[in-house]
Design a protein around this ligand. Structure first.
Ligand code: PLP
Length: 442
């Protein structure tokens, strides 16, 4: 048997394995997020192992090609998580290659949101810059753009915000504000792959944008992420920072792309010092493996189907909850969202609390999540690390921290799962209405 024949046999067995182990899986608990996959993900993942290459390789190239069909960015820099993508995006703006007046330096301010995920904000703090927190609008849970002008100071250098739970922020307005004041815009699209605003994909408004491929997101690699940009210089900087800070820009496994590997003269280094070992940035290693990229390659081809399912599930829940607007609000679409979840906010004066409803849902097999860290400035790490920041009053952020939660819309939910989610909500609301009626009758 040749290696190719054996490989084919292994892959056929992997398909059989998928059929036996996963194809007819029954869900018990309905989680609020989760991946959807078939035999392709397992086969490509196994192929990447059988290739014996393992670090960023042919599957990473294929993934990038597919990704570029979704978002036409000039450069797509793959990394090992969305948090790494955020770290890389922000630190790229600190490079010595950026002109001093635009370079992020300690003490500079970066506008962001407190309502969100910590690793959107943490890179700002790690770069010794000052996060400036703006509030959100209640009807989209996105940045309140009316605060941008007021928040501006002579130290402001960038705006770094996420498209909350896949619903685009007013990207035209934020872009125009950044252009007018010569600020960088970093778009955190970790929850929003596939969303569009004014018919342009999110991620194309910023100078640089980030994505996550954690299993909760629109496509997964298990763990993974990407930074995208159209800027030649930012691409070069981001790749250097991702790859240990090296000056060399050869792809993994390639040598001498510059044609002068042993002919560089830089600083105090001996002439001809191997370019592979010249380090021009204070770097990290944030690269992904080809096994991750292989899984992602299978996933990204299914994105249109995944998005359609997410939208259908959101619509089903929206139709149901439109009869309960006295108790709840849910986000209004801004552009064309790629919904990450269905968020419910309990209205003021509602007779039950968030803890009562999420406790009931949990006990009846329905998972929920909150809007991540709520108001991040109230999280223990802000006090524990004595983090310096500037903030607007954040009444809406605080309201959401106390009153919002979300349930899943991910593509692996079946019609039966969606019916069960609605049935459990009905159960809670009826139970609640009965209790309130009894209390009124007493
Ligand atoms: C808005 C946002 N940014 C960044 C991240 C971090 O992504 P990862 O989990 O891949 O590190 C997340 C995580 O879900 C997120 O929701």
């Amino acid at each position: 048997m040749t290696p190719d024949e054996l490989r084919k046999e292994i892959l056929d067995k992997v398909s059989q394995y998928y059929q036996l182990s996963f194809a007819n899986r029954k869900k018990g608990f309905i989680h609020c997020s989760g991946k959807d996959f078939d035999a392709e993900e397992l086969k490509y993942g196994v192929e990447a192992i059988l290739d014996g290459w393992w670090t960023d390789g042919r599957f990473a190239d294929r993934f990038i090609e597919e990704f570029q069909k979704v978002i036409p960015a000039k450069y797509i820099i793959l990394v090992n998580s969305g948090s790494s993508a955020n770290l890389l995006a922000l630190f790229s703006l600190t490079s010595h290659l950026i002109p001093e007046e635009r370079r992020l330096q300690p003490g500079d301010e970066v506008m962001t949101l407190a309502a969100g995920f910590p690793t959107t904000v943490n890179p700002i703090i790690l770069a010794q810059c000052i996060p400036v927190f703006l509030d959100i609008e209640m009807d989209t849970l996105n940045i309140d753009v009316t605060q941008l002008e007021q928040a501006l100071s002579p130290k402001t250098k960038a705006v770094f915000i996420a498209h909350t739970l896949g619903n685009p922020f007013p990207a035209d307005k934020v872009r125009a504000f950044c252009t007018m004041h010569n600020l960088w815009l970093i778009e955190d699209c970790c929850d929003a792959l596939g969303a569009a605003y004014q018919d342009k994909p999110v991620g194309t408004f910023g100078d640089i944008a980030t994505f996550s491929f954690y299993p909760a997101h629109q496509v997964t690699m298990g763990e993974g992420g990407a930074v995208i940009t159209n800027d030649d210089s930012l691409d070069k900087i981001a790749k250097s920072l991702r790859d240990w800070g090296r000056d060399c820009w050869c792809k993994t496994g390639k040598d001498n792309t510059c044609g002068m590997r042993f002919a560089h003269q830089q600083g105090d280094l001996p002439f001809g010092y191997d370019h592979k070992y010249i380090f021009s940035h204070l770097g990290f290693n944030l690269k992904l493996t080809d096994m991750q990229a292989a899984i992602g390659y299978a996933q990204i081809q299914k994105l249109p189907l995944f998005l359609q399912k997410r939208r259908e599930h959101f619509q089903q829940l929206a139709a149901f909850f439109s009869d309960y607007m006295n108790y709840f609000s849910f986000p209004k679409a801004n552009g064309s969202p790629s919904w990450f979840g269905f968020t419910l906010t309990i209205k003021p004066g509602c007779p039950f609390t968030r803890n009562e409803i999420i406790g009931y849902l949990q006990a009846h097999g329905i998972g929920t999540r909150l809007l991540f860290g709520g108001n991040l400035t109230r999280q223990p790490y802000f006090k524990n690390q004595n983090i310096a920041y500037r903030s607007f009053p954040l009444p809406n952020t605080d309201y959401v921290m106390d009153n919002s939660f979300w349930v899943g819309v991910q593509p692996n939910l079946t019609d039966g799962d969606m019916a069960k989610i609605i049935e459990v909500f009905i159960g809670f609301l009826h139970l609640y209405q009965k209790i309130s009626k009894k209390e009124n009758d007493l």
